[in-house]
Design a protein around this ligand. Sequence first.
Ligand code: KG4
Length: 339
Amino acid sequence: MSTIILGIESSCDDTSAAVIRDGYLLSNVIAGQAVHEAYGGVVPELASRAHQQNIVPVVHEALKRAGVRKEELSAVAFTRGPGLMGSLLVGVSFAKGFARSLNIPLVDVNHLSAHVLAHFIKEKDEPHTAPEFPFLCLLVSGGNSQIILVNSYNDMEILGQTIDDAAGEAIDKCSKVMGLGYPGGPIIDRLARQGNPKAFTFNKPHIPGLDYSFSGLKTSFLYSLRDWLKEDPDFIQNHLNDLAASLESTVVEILMDKLRKAAKEYKIRQVAVAGGVSANNGLRQAFREHADKYGWEIFIPKFGYTTDNAAMIAMTGYFKYQDGDFCLIDLPAYSRVTL
Ligand code: KG4
C-alpha cells in the first residue's frame, strides 16, 4: 500500500501544502504574501492573518493537483518550528484538526532539517541524485547560516553557525540601506550579475572555528557607503551593480571559507547547500568552482526548493512516518528551536 503524506508549511510568510507519495512529489502549492512589501519586511500579525486566509484553499489545491482524496492520506506532517509563532500556529492548528478529523497520525517537522532533506525530494520522470550520508550542508537563509554534518535523516550536527546576523539578513539589510526593495537577496543577485565583484572591499570577520559572523560586514558596508556618499550624493546610483557584486562576493567568500575548512577537517567531499540564499547565483557558481578545484560532489537544490515550501516538510514527514515517529495532538509550536 502507498504511503501518502500531506505536508503543511506556515513558518514565515509563505503558506504551502504538498503531497508526497512513496517519496515522490505529487504537488507543491505555495501562496506568497505580497502584503509585506510595503513595509520592507515581514509583519508577523499580517502574516498570520494571511495564513488563515490561505491555508484551506492551498491544501485543497495541493490535494487536487496531486489527484489524491483526503481519505487516502496516511499522515499529516507540519512545520513545528522555528518561525514566527503567529504564523506557525495557523499551520499547526490546521494540521492537528485535519489529522484528527481523518483519524490519521500527525508528524511534527523541524523546518531546518526539512531544508536539508529537500535534497531527497524525488519527482517522477526527472533524474535525481541524492547525497549519501554523511554529507555537509550549508544552510543559509534569512534567519540561519549553519554548517551541518548530516549523518542520517534524523541525525544532524551543527558544526558552525552565525554568532550574530544570518547571511540573508545581512544582504537584506545592506540592500535596504541602498533603498532597494524587500527582500533584497534576489535584487542584489540580479544587479550583481552586471557588476564587478572586486570593485569594493568590505571587512571580513575573523571568527575562530567554523562559526560565522555577518554583523561586521553590515557595519563596514554602511560606514563605507556613508563616506562615499559625502563625496558623491549619487554614489549608489552610479555604482549600484558594483556595490551589489562586491557585497555578494564578500558574503560568498565568507560562507565558502568556513565550508572549505569544515570539508577538510571532517574529510567530507559531498557538500550540499540549502535555504533561501542557496538561490543566489554567485553562491551556486562558487559551489561549482569548488567542485572542480577540490573534487567535491555538490548538491544544489532546484530554485523552487530553496525558499520555504511544503514539499520539504512532506519529505521529512515521509521519513519520520517510516520510522513510526509520530507526535501527540497537544504538541505545541516552537518559535525558537535548533536541529
Ligand atoms: O529560507 P528563506 O526563504 O526564509 C527565511 O529565512 O525567512 O530565506 C529568505 C532569505 C532572504 O534573506 C532573501 O533575501 C534570501 O533568502 N534570498 C536570496 C536570494 N533569494 C532569496 N539571497 C541572495 N540571492 C538570492 N537569489
